[in-house]
Design a protein around this ligand. Structure first.
Ligand SMILES: Nc1ncnc2c1ncn2[C@@H]1O[C@H](COP(=O)(O)OP(=O)(O)OP(=O)(O)O)[C@@H](O)[C@H]1O
Ligand SMILES: [Mg+2]
Length: 337
């Protein structure tokens, strides 16, 4: 069994195989979702037969390198772009055939700036409330709740164009949440945002999920991927794998050893020459090694580094991360192309 097929989420498989007979308990579903852009000679197959399912109240993370098809997938889910093949359902409503019902359940935050730069924070909130059918007393209540939730209360008069990157993202999130959607679709909500604002955004998202909202979020950040219940990794429009972060990490065919030793040149030479090191990469001042047997590798490295006169600062068996999963799968796929 290859690593890819091993990671196929069983629920996704089941959905793909018996979609008509299954009474769905999923809040978001995609069945063989595909999108072909008619550009160039052969067109671009941006998304191909992508199937996944998200139970209510869970967070599904969409990962993939640039151009993998994340935005295209989220646009089809949010019912702002038709699929070429396959379908998506939100709350049981087909996003193409029952667009109006599906849209009422969806809050969508696109990747690119979606606010009106010349309008103030308050004017943007009022505008998005109005177009989403939130009126009267309820509108004021929701706006105040969202301002408190996102801590934008003191900036209500500021033009959206003059907000910081993090504040813009928070305002876009507030606008997407105004009509109390059951499903939140977020396309890279924290890209280009400083680490403190990024954390604040994720505190808000955790609360949203705690309140029972189902979230589908694309992200380039692997620490964010680890916060999701399930993740799917897209590559060239195809799903490489999906599953919980811990299942994906535990399924890797190698373990990780971290080493930091001085002089660095000696450390690199020893690691580069070690036949039991499958791969290595630099993270800050240390090296992160993929090995089959971390206990033997640690012992052997300790001996070799000592015999080469290197001073060992760190040498330990380390937890596998989503970054290890992502890099391994993408490199495996690139090598097979
Ligand atoms: N409107 C369009 N017309 C033609 N091709 C498009 C269109 N939108 C996207 N594509 C192409 O489809 C592929 C997938 O693009 P998409 O924006 O979905 O990727 P992505 O994973 O969101 O990338 P990024 O991480 O850079 O945001 C790319 O090759 C892109 O050039
Ligand atoms: Mg994108």
């Amino acid at each position: 069994m290859t690593l890819l097929s091993k990671f196929q989420h069983p629920e996704v498989k089941q959905l793909a195989q018996s979609k008509d007979s299954l009474v769905s308990t999923f809040q978001v579903e995609a069945h063989n979702l595909s999108k072909k852009f008619t550009k160039g000679k052969n067109g671009i197959l941006a998304v191909e037969d992508f199937s996944f399912a998200v139970p209510a109240g869970q967070m599904f993370g969409l990962l993939g390198p640039d151009g993998a098809g994340k935005t295209t997938t989220l646009r089809m889910l949010a019912s702002v772009m038709p699929a070429t093949k396959g379908n998506a359902k939100v709350g049981g409503f087909d996003t193409q055939r029952e667009t109006r019902q599906a849209r009422q359940l969806i809050g969508y935050m696109p990747q690119n700036f979606s606010l009106y730069p010349d309008l103030s924070v308050m004017e943007n909130l009022i505008f998005f409330a109005d177009i989403n059918g939130v009126h009267g007393k309820r509108r004021n209540e929701r706006i105040q709740e969202m301002l408190a939730f996102t801590r934008l209360k003191e900036f209500t008069d500021r033009r959206a164009a003059n907000l910081s990157g993090g504040m813009k993202k928070k305002l876009a999130l507030a606008c997407a949440l105004l009509h109390e959607p059951q499903v939140l679709i977020l396309d890279e909500p924290s890209t280009g945002v400083d680490p403190v604002s990024r954390r604040e955004l994720w505190v808000i998202l955790s609360k949203v999920v705690q309140d029972g909202v189902t979230v589908v979020v694309s992200t380039p950040y692997m620490d964010e991927a680890e916060r999701c219940h399930q993740v799917g990794i897209l590559y060239n429009g195809k799903l490489l794998t999906s599953g919980s972060p811990s299942d994906l990490q535990n399924g890797l065919p190698f373990e990780i050893v971290e080493v930091k030793a001085k002089p660095r040149k000696v450390m690199r030479e020893v690691v580069g020459d070690a036949p039991y090191v499958l791969q290595w990469r630099t993270i800050g001042d240390r090296l992160r090694l993929s090995v089959k047997d971390p206990f033997t590798a640690t012992k052997l490295l300790e001996n070799t580094l000592a015999s080469e006169g290197a001073e060992i600062k760190v040498l330990r068996h380390s937890k596998r991360s989503m970054e290890d999963v992502f890099i391994h799968l993408v490199e495996e796929r690139r090598a097979s192309n």
